[in-house]
Design a protein around this ligand. Structure first.
Ligand SMILES: C=CC1=C(C)c2cc3[nH]c(cc4nc(cc5[nH]c(cc1n2)c(C)c5CCC(=O)O)C(CCC(=O)O)=C4C)c(C)c3C=C
Ligand SMILES: [Fe+2]
Ligand SMILES: [Fe+2]
Length: 358
């Protein structure tokens, strides 16, 4: 597994300052820069998928219904079927060369690029790594590694542009949960979502301009991962932050109103989720004569099963079946240098006083 050790720090930084038989080794102090992504299964076989989905769907931030009702349904019904169907979808997009999911491959590339920039800026005072909320590398293992390496401070950046309970909040929950087990707890700074940042919006707009060769499309569907509508009514700001992302993107592109449609995908279960549903909306567009559309997915910092298989597979098929011809999927920002620079700037603003120029 690749982590920050791929970007070597000077040897002196690895030598403990205390190393006596009657004293534990104490490493020179560093600041950890930890980026957190959602997680992904270790494989697409039944048991890997079951382990991953069990951890994910047992999280109360993700599914908040009463445990006495939810757990029997999850263990006896959902986890007997979904590992097969989801596993088959993961198989379609799997990175067979590295034997890992695209989300993991891309998160590694983002971390490597960010580590390079951070070491150029702060030298060996910082250690850069990534962790996953579900699956591997776990938040627990990476925090342990950072603490062992001497990190007394950690800047924690969940890789979600918009805040949501099932993503940003649960990443923070997990970080603080693993901190409960640390004897010498590092100080923590958690980073707020970056939806309002002009550099992020510009990076997104530039990716649209590049993909469309500067042309203004008749329709750009901005499809965000969905969540139960109930979560919005309980006060989760995700829905509003998605609407805001679409508005800021339109303003940055200088487009008139009416070109970008905001929709929500990945409905799970029978409850009502945020609307409009992407799959229905694109079919409706095709029926109305919008047979040439572009689609972007600004809730994801990295391409993953939800974009590569759901948007560019299932949703594209629904569009074509309804009479659509051209369906252009615009990739996530992934390891686009502009995206990594946004991460670096976000870190710079949050690391204040904890690291000095190298
Ligand atoms: C069942 C409830 C779910 C909620 C609520 C939810 C919110 C949510 N998720 C993301 C981002 C991602 N989700 C991904 C996969 C995924 N999501 C759910 C369920 C909920 N998500 C499931 C069951 C799965 C697994 C795949 C499947 O079985 O369909 C991923 C991709 C992971 C990968 O390996 O590629 C991401 C990323 C957001 C942003 C969000 C709410 C704001
Ligand atoms: Fe999800
Ligand atoms: Fe809203």
């Amino acid at each position: 597994m690749m982590h920050s050790s791929d970007v070597p720090a000077p040897a002196a930084a690895k030598v403990p300052t205390h190393a006596a038989p009657d004293h534990p080794a104490v490493m020179p102090a560093k600041t950890g820069i930890l980026i957190a992504n959602l997680g992904t299964p270790d494989g697409y076989d039944y048991w890997s998928m079951r382990r991953y989905l069990n951890e994910f769907l047992s999280d109360r931030r993700v599914v908040d219904i009463n445990r006495l009702i939810w757990q029997p349904l999850l263990q006896l019904v959902i986890l007997t079927r979904r590992p097969f169907t989801s596993g088959a979808n993961y198989k379609l997009i799997w990175n067979h060369e590295a034997d890992e999911s695209p989300l993991l491959t891309i998160t590694k590339a983002q971390t490597k690029a960010l580590a390079q920039m951070a070491h150029d800026e702060w030298g060996d005072q910082v250690m850069v790594d990534f962790c996953m909320r579900y699956g591997n590398p776990s938040t627990k293992d990476v925090v342990r590694r950072m603490v062992e390496a001497g990190c007394r401070r950690i800047v924690f950046l969940p890789l979600y542009p918009q805040y949501a309970g099932p993503t940003s909040a649960t990443a923070n929950d997990q970080l603080f949960r693993v901190m409960m087990e640390e004897t010498w707890q590092p100080a923590i700074r958690t980073v707020e979502p970056y939806v309002n940042r002009p550099d992020y919006i510009k990076a997104l707009a530039d990716s649209v301009r590049r993909a469309l060769n500067g042309k203004v499309p008749k329709k750009l569907v901005a499809s965000y991962h969905g969540m139960p509508k109930r979560y919005l009514m309980q006060g989760d700001p995700y829905h509003c932050q998605c609407q805001k992302t679409s508005r800021l993107l339109r303003e940055e592109l200088g487009w008139p109103e009416g070109i970008i449609d905001t929709t929500f995908q990945s409905v799970f279960g029978r409850e009502e989720w945020l609307r409009p549903y992407t799959v229905e909306h694109v079919a409706e567009l095709a029926k109305q004569g919008h047979t040439d559309i572009a689609v972007i997915s600004p809730a994801f910092s990295s391409d993953c099963i939800e974009t590569l298989e759901e948007i560019n597979g299932e949703i594209k098929e629904a569009f074509e079946e309804a009479g659509g011809h051209e369906f252009q999927y615009i990739p996530c920002l992934n390891d686009d240098p502009a995206h990594i620079r946004v991460m670096l700037e976000v870190i710079r603003e949050n690391i204040g006083g904890w690291a000095h120029p190298a």
